[in-house]
Design a protein around this ligand. Structure first.
Ligand code: GLV
Ligand code: MG
Length: 309
């Protein structure tokens, strides 16, 4: 799967922001038809998005559209218009406020029909369910496995906090009065565990204080440390920090490749077929090699090369 370290949110109603997005070095751009677009602007935004996806000038970013959730009257028309109009350019549909597996299956069925009538390869367009409420989190395993199209599990912190009545207005910061830990830990770990259990990417949502790049760095570094694959960015200033934070550090990447190389040699016949070996002062075994593989895979996917070899 292609990396999704940085996922840029762009309102579908704003052609200038879409034009700018095409030039930014993010791993994914999602064009929004949901909460960043006013109800009266949804129809025009669909047309903007179709036009923008068909225009040249995109980089290697994954191109995704966030449709409205199934409780609205807009979802089916969102899907039909963007897939009919620009399906061959579309990598995935981001489905917000998912509550259960049925909503993912409904989108899968609709996508299949539109792909067929449009002469597109059936099943190529992925689904990114967004977890934004208690019910969705409770049903996360069923959601994750509802369709082979599911590629990622995405956290929606603002809607999530509202849905559980968490007493804060600042996304990414702890609710005042809760001073015994991280109020988001359970939610983040539930998403991460489901992603790992089902072979999907885990993506953290937005940090809304766009002028506070240090705050963004702190929030991103926390979920990167847990094991998340990427995070939303809302502003060009957040992009470089995000790519850096969700890529391995160079020294870690070099070390991981060295561990893999050393372990592969010593476990081979030529190297003596040993299970545990010393690398400097550290003993490495099969489990160390697995940890190293995670870091090496992320680095390779991000295009990193060794500086120690
Ligand atoms: C994003 O959609 C959020 O609700 O945080
Ligand atoms: Mg939301």
């Amino acid at each position: 799967m292609k990396p999704r370290r940085s996922v840029l949110a762009v309102p579908g109603s704003n052609p200038k922001m879409i034009a700018k997005a095409k030039t930014l070095p993010v791993d994914e751009v999602f064009l929004d038809l949901e909460d960043a677009v006013a109800p009266g602007a949804k129809a025009a935004a669909r047309a903007n998005i179709v036009a923008a996806l068909n225009e040249p000038g995109w980089g290697s970013q994954l191109r995704v559209v966030r449709v409205n959730d199934w409780s609205t009257e807009w979802t089916f028309a969102d899907v039909i218009s963007v897939v009919e109009g620009a399906g061959s350019w579309l990598d995935a549909i981001l489905l917000p406020k998912v509550t259960d597996a049925g909503q993912v299956r409904a989108l899968d069925l609709l996508l299949t029909q539109v792909e067929k009538v449009s002469g597109l390869e059936v099943g190529r367009i992925g689904i990114e369910p967004q977890l934004e409420n208690a019910l969705g989190l409770r049903n996360i395993d069923e959601i994750a496995t509802a369709s082979p199209r599911v590629q990622t599990l995405v956290f929606g912190p603002a809607d999530f906090m509202a849905s559980i009545n968490m007493r804060t207005l600042v996304v990414g910061e702890q609710p005042e009065g809760y001073d015994v830990g991280d109020a988001y830990h359970h939610i983040l770990m539930t998403i991460l565990l489901a992603a790992r259990a089902h072979g999907l990417q885990a993506i953290d949502g937005p940090y809304l204080q766009v002028r506070d790049v240090d705050g963004f760095r702190r929030a991103a570094a926390r979920t990167a440390a847990l094991g998340f694959d990427g995070k939303w960015v809302l502003h060009p200033d957040q992009v470089d920090a995000c790519n850096e934070i969700f890529s391995p550090r160079q020294a870690d990447y070099d070390r991981a490749e060295l561990i893999l190389e050393t372990y592969a040699f010593h476990t081979s016949e030529a190297g003596g077929a040993r299970g545990a070996v010393m690398l400097g002062d550290e003993m490495i075994d099969e489990a160390s090699a697995k940890m190293a593989q995670v870091v090496a895979d992320k680095g390779r996917a991000a295009g990193m090369t060794r500086t120690d070899a």
